[in-house]
Design a protein around this ligand. Sequence first.
Ligand code: ADP
Ligand code: GLC
Length: 488
Amino acid sequence: MRVLHAASELYPLVKTGGLADVAAALPAALAGNGIDARVILPGYPPVMAALGEAETIFADANLFGGGRARLLRSRLDGVPVPAYVLDAPGHFDRPGNPYLRPDGKDWPDNHLRFAALGWAAARIGGGGDRDWRPDIVHAHDWQAGLAPAYLTHGEDERRPRTVLTIHNLAYQGRFPPESFAALGLPSSAWSVEGVEFYGGVGFLKAGLWYADRITTVSRTYAKEIQTPEQGCGLDGLLRGRAGDLVGIVNGIDLDVWNPGADPALPEPFGIDHMSGKAAAKADLQRRMGLRVDQDAPLFGVISRLTWHKGLDLLLDALPGLVGQGAQLALLGSGDAELETGFAEAARAYPGKVAVRIGYDEILAHRIEGGSDIIMVPSRAEPCGLTQLYALRYGSLPLVRGVGGLADTIVNAEPENVAAGTATGFVFREATVEGLAGTIAWACALHRDHDVWQSMQRAAMEADFGWAKAAREYEALYRDLIGRDLMER
Ligand code: ADP
Ligand code: GLC
């Protein structure tokens, strides 16, 4: 079975969040199960720099107004599966964040840039590479959302089946109606039964409309997005397609996130040799300018700083956290107001609150390894990966009970603690009181070494590798292809 994954990010080359981790690890896990999985991604500068020997699959003199473009097939440094790279310098030879200009605003031609990605994926799906034709085109998020639209409107009767995965319904790729003309879709696509969404163009909406199957990254989120409260305007469409929608919780890359062999940590550790965890905590405290103190509960955060992540609640709960003798190490970037708020908090509580604004993969590993608790107080969270990394590093997650957070963390309620199944702390209401109360609860349990160790054990034994998810995706692909054969 041949599967092409189309995504706008790919770890370790270009990453703004969990999409990159999944776009890299899922195809690799599928390949491990004998599936011929490949990826297609835009040729941003770090991607072009990672190219091995490349073959040109097709070329275009002016692709979606971006000038000359080539689709290359190659191996990429650090990427275990074969890759197709859309080398379109007019669209992708831009430094920094893949979606934003240096001033933090969206690139004005994002609709053309990511239409090009979806189109190129569809072209491979339509037989554009004579040597390799996928049975499934699997598009991720709005940036690849037009691939199923191009395939559906293509002439090819043998078109591959399509899957669209929603990593975050809040990011929809919406553009004004005038942008439709440049997308190269037939006029019939300009319809509620097509790409039209509230009077404009919706890339994610298009993907949800055209894809044969829809997946999202946890079972709870799959239900949440069918409600008006959390459906971001797409709940009606999603309810209509409920029979084609499944939630498959993400895995994590057990090699990249491995406390037993993590070059970012001072010494390796694992369930049966936890002294390295104390070393990681002291190392983190020293590096971030926190008071070196094993007894102080150390809360870590690694996050995009946006409203959805609920970190404004943490800002308001900080005096209480510090008042309990606890510490905070935060790494993140995003909304200016939150960046300023946390920078000010670090100044107000020297030695107790440490903040790094920016993006730093190595520090992310150090915080996962050195913290006692990793906090994810999200208002909405499709899956969430940082709490899964935390489990593996014996850093107990403190999370809000939504989406994938609810599906992956077992709350330290007395019966779960007694049964040895508790792995973290879950609060329900997105309020400062809800968060503050749970912070106090975690601090109290931290003083109880036996309970803490037993929770760490349960956390570190939890299995969140990709094997299970990869099998679920494989079953979905087989079902789609099988059904297809029966229909022919
Ligand atoms: P989301 O995709 O919504 O941002 P996830 O929890 O799924 O949330 O994934 C976030 C990923 O991005 C994790 O791999 C996390 O370690 C990483 N990450 C987030 N912010 C930073 C940062 N400032 N520096 C380094 N890594 C970060
Ligand atoms: C998104 C979501 C996050 C999820 C990630 C990978 O960015 O916000 O919850 O873990 O995609 O699926």
